[in-house]
Ligand binder design. Structure first.
Ligand SMILES: [Fe+2]
Ligand SMILES: [Fe+2]
Length: 152
């Protein structure tokens, strides 16, 4: 189980860093956007920030239980090129699309962790499956916004 355990820890560290980067970008976007159409999205992002902080806390706790260090800022690579504040501060649709991609990436990574844990680590598996439920909720919410906002 020790090779597997290292793999699970590495996957959890990646999940933790993805949550932290998502928090950084949702925070930025929830302030950056302008306009009537943006208000609702900014509010939704503010609410989701709290959810993503909760995920990071749970993943960090599990890392601690597995004997790993929870990464600090110097150990957190940032890669979400698609979720940067747009030059046009009223471009709500591009932000919604970026959020959808972030949530899809998170779901794909959690699905891979759930598979990795199968037969070895049911506690981590249970945690990531619970988080997947939240991310599916976020994804559905922003798919709904996209349907409405893409109409113009
Ligand atoms: Fe999350
Ligand atoms: Fe999410």
């Amino acid at each position: 189980m020790s090779g597997k355990r290292d793999e699970i820890i590495a996957a959890l560290v990646k999940a933790y860093t993805m949550e932290v980067e998502t928090i950084v970008n949702y925070l930025s976007l929830s302030i950056h956007l302008d306009g009537v159409r943006a208000d609702f999205i900014k509010q939704a992002l503010r609410a989701d920030i709290q959810g993503e902080i909760g995920h990071a806390q749970q993943l960090g706790q599990r890392l601690k239980q597995l004997g790993s260090t929870v990464p600090g800022s110097q150990k957190i690579p940032m890669t979400q090129t698609y979720l940067q504040p747009p030059a046009d501060t009223t471009d709500v649709v591009s932000v919604i699309k970026g959020v959808i991609k972030a949530e899809e990436d998170a779901l794909a990574h959690y699905r891979s962790i759930a598979r990795l844990c199968e037969g070895d680590d049911y506690v981590t598996q249970d945690l990531v499956i619970t988080i997947m439920g939240d991310e599916e909720g976020h994804l559905q919410q922003f798919h709904g916004y996209l349907m409405e906002y893409a109409k113009g």
